[in-house]
Design a protein around this ligand. Structure first.
Ligand code: 9MR
Length: 371
């Protein structure tokens, strides 16, 4: 009798434990973006303040289960992190790093040297010494603080014009073209372990790509550390050009650097500059024609978006040995900057998760490439 009770209670413990183990095994083996692409490249996501502060449970869940890389969308930009000569705001960036470390993620710092989002005291400064001092202090302090904790830095961001010449930024105007080399040297000194990237949009396009190739070649020739080129990847389902992207991957990797796709999204809305014959200034205004899907994305558009993402990831997989990371620029459609640019107040659908954090058809087209 005693034996039976013992057996029963043992069963009572063992059975639920067995089922729990099964469930947790099943949970572990659920395929997500990061597990599916684990052997290929880092799957990253750009996150905002609300995500860093872990305010949104659904977003947290997606960030942690789907991605193994994070980039700070805005909080490490100079205007935010270094608002006055001797004042730095590290509260959010410290939390951003902690979040990445806690979840064993690949952490990207964005960005050390950029003409945009500069603090007001430097934005229109034309004094060489001031700009140089700012750049030196900024890189030494920010990259120095996170030395050994950041996996990669976007050291210089968007230094090129569309024709491949250097952008006439405050840095170029005051310091001359040598500022790029100095920025990379300073970053390498401040954080010798971080991978150092040049990051820009449209550098898959031939003229601008030539400019980026020049930057890499000059740094390499001078013996300066550069580990990769970040192609931002703000593209459109209407104009996505796979051939140019493939050519850029091949060209950059021939230089002995890695390629990352650092800010991937695909707009599904018309862009003013695509509207041939339309008055561009007029079409920057919001209108039903420029904001056609306020009631939801039609299935027909969702199918095209899914196909374009599938085509892109097939290409990425083909060149996986040259690619270090793919980062989506935002967690879900509601969070995307493309709802506000280039026309404010539109409803766009450029990512893999919808406004309710549901997986879109495009999500599965990316996931299912990995059997
Ligand atoms: O997505 C970012 C948006 O929230 C900001 O308002 C904007 C200005 O700081 O920057 C956006 O991110 C940009 C990135 O930092 C650099 N490449 C282009 C991105 C889209 O504009």
């Amino acid at each position: 009798m005693k034996k039976n009770i013992f057996k029963k209670s043992l069963l009572g413990i063992m059975l639920p434990a067995f089922f729990l183990a099964q469930i947790s095994c099943a949970q572990k083996s659920v395929k997500t973006l990061k597990t599916a692409y684990k052997k290929d490249f880092v799957m990253g996501v750009a996150i905002g303040t609300e995500h860093i502060l872990e305010k949104d449970a659904k977003a947290n869940e997606i960030i942690k289960s789907e991605f193994n890389g994070i980039t700070a969308e805005n909080i490490m930009k100079a205007e935010v992190i270094h608002p006055q000569w001797d004042k730095y705001n590290f509260d959010l960036s410290d939390k951003f790093i902690e979040l990445g470390q806690k979840n064993k993620m690949y952490i990207t710092g964005h960005t050390l040297v950029w003409h945009s989002q500069l603090p007001p005291f430097i934005r229109r400064n034309n004094n060489k010494d001031s700009v140089q001092t700012f750049m030196r202090n900024h890189i030494a302090t920010v990259a120095g603080r996170y030395a050994g904790k950041i996996d990669s830095w976007d050291v210089v961001n968007e230094a090129l014009e569309e024709d491949g010449t250097l952008r006439k930024s405050v840095y170029l105007k005051t310091l001359g073209e040598g500022y790029i080399q100095e920025a990379f040297e300073l970053a390498a000194k401040a954080d010798p372990k971080a991978a150092l990237y040049y990051n820009d949009y449209n550098i898959e396009q031939p003229a601008k790509r030539k400019g980026a190739i020049e930057i890499v070649k000059k740094l390499k020739a001078a013996g300066v550390k550069i580990d990769g080129v970040g192609i931002q990847g703000h593209w459109s389902i209407n104009t996505l050009n796979l051939q140019e992207i493939e050519d850029a991957i091949v060209d950059f990797s021939k230089l002995g650097v890695k390629v990352a796709f650092t800010e991937l999204d695909l707009t599904v809305l018309p862009n003013p500059w695509d509207m041939k014959g339309a008055d561009v200034n007029q079409s920057y205004k919001n209108s039903p024609q420029m904001n056609p899907y306020t009631a939801g994305m039609p299935d027909s558009v969702g199918v095209v978006l899914a196909q374009k993402y599938e085509d892109l990831f097939k290409l990425f997989l083909k060149h996986k040995d040259s690619i270090s990371r793919i980062t989506f620029w935002g967690v879900n459609d509601g969070h995307s900057w493309l709802n506000g640019f280039p026309i404010r107040g539109r409803v766009n659908y450029p990512l893999l998760f919808d406004r309710n954090y549901e997986k879109k058809k495009a999500y599965f087209s990316v996931l299912n490439l990995k059997k």
